[in-house]
Design a protein around this ligand. Structure first.
Ligand code: 13P
Length: 249
C-alpha cells in the first residue's frame, strides 16, 4: 500500500548540461515513484528536461526563511520557483559537515511543509554510535526533534530516509536485517508520535551504498519503502537498474 520511491541524491555533482543529460536517461515508472535531486543551479533545467515524464525533482537543502540577509542560501519560495516539489532536509552531510542540528532542521521541515513542499527527512547514526549500541537512541532524538510541531495530517508530506552515516559513500552497506531493524524502530517511533495510521502510511527509504547488486535484498524488507541513492544515481544505467529492482518487488 506504500508506493515505493527510488530517489537519486546527486549531491554536489553535475553541471547543468550534465544534469539534463542524466535526467533524460532516467526511466519513468508507473509502479515506482522516481525522484532526482540535482544541485540548485540545475533544478529549473532538470524540471524542464523531464518534460511530462513522471519524475519528481527535489532540492537538496533549503533555508527556512522566505527571503532576507542569508548569503548563499535558498528559500522555500525559490525552490518552488524552479518547479521542484520536494526537498531533502537533514542529510548527514548537512548535519556533520555543515553542523546543522535538529533544532535548525525542524525549522526547515516546518517551513517546507507550510510552503507546500514535500520533505525527505534524513536521519541516521554514526559508526561510533552504532558500536556503542546507541542507534535507536539517535534515531529517536532525530525523529522526535526533527518532526516537532508537525501534525499527524502534515505527516502526509513527509518521507523519512534512514541513512546510516557509516554506509554513505563507503561501499559498506547495511545488511537487509540491520536496515529492517532500524526501519521497524523508526516506524514504531512514528506510531508513538503520530499514531498507528500515520506510521502505516509513512514511507521510510534506505540510503547508504545502495547499488543494483544489493537492491533486491534491501528493498524486499517489510519496512523499507524505497531508496535514497548517492553514487549509483549518477549514472542512468545503475539508477535505472535500481528502479527495475523496485518494479520487480
Ligand atoms: P551513497 O549511495 O553514495 O552511499 O550515498 C547515499 C546518500 O547519502 C544518499 O543521500
Amino acid at each position: 500500500m506504500r508506493k515505493i520511491m527510488i530517489a537519486g541524491n546527486w549531491k554536489m555533482n553535475k553541471t547543468i548540461a550534465e544534469s539534463i543529460e542524466l535526467v533524460k536517461g532516467i526511466k519513468e515508472s508507473g509502479k515506482v515513484q522516481v525522484l532526482v535531486a540535482p544541485v540548485f543551479t540545475a533544478l529549473s533545467a532538470v524540471c524542464e528536461a523531464r518534460g511530462d515524464r513522471k519524475i519528481c525533482v527535489a532540492a537538496q537543502n533549503m533555508h527556512y526563511e522566505e527571503s532576507g540577509a542569508f548569503t548563499g542560501e535558498i528559500s522555500p519560495l525559490m525552490v518552488k520557483d524552479t518547479g521542484a516539489k520536494h526537498v531533502i532536509l537533514g542529510h548527514s552531510e548537512r548535519r556533520h559537515i555543515f553542523k546543522e542540528d535538529d533544532a535548525l532542521i525542524k525549522e526547515k521541515v516546518l517551513s517546507a511543509i507550510a510552503h507546500g513542499l514535500k520533505v525527505i527527512l534524513c536521519i541516521g547514526e554514526q559508526l561510533e554510535e552504532r558500536e556503542a549500541e546507541k542507534t535507536n537512541e539517535v534515531l529517536d532524538v532525530q525523529l522526535t526533534e526533527g518532526l516537532k510541531g508537525i501534525t499527524p495530517d502534515q505527516m502526509e508530506d513527509v518521507i523519512i530516509a534512514y541513512e546510516p552515516v557509516w554506509a554513505i559513500g563507503t561501499g559498506k552497506v547495511a545488511t537487509p536485517e540491520q536496515a529492517q531493524e532500524a526501519h521497524a524502530f523508526c516506524r514504531r517511533k512514528i506510531a508513538e508520535l503520530f499514531g498507528e495510521d500515520v506510521a502505516e502510511k509513512v514511507r521510510i527509504l534506505y540510503g547508504g551504498s545502495l547499488k543494483p547488486d544489493n537492491a533486491d535484498g534491501l528493498l524486499s524488507q517489510k519496512d523499507i519503502d524505497g531508496g535514497l541513492i548517492g553514487g549509483a544515481s549518477l549514472k542512468a544505467d545503475s539508477f535505472n537498474a535500481i528502479i527495475d529492482a523496485a518494479e520487480r518487488l
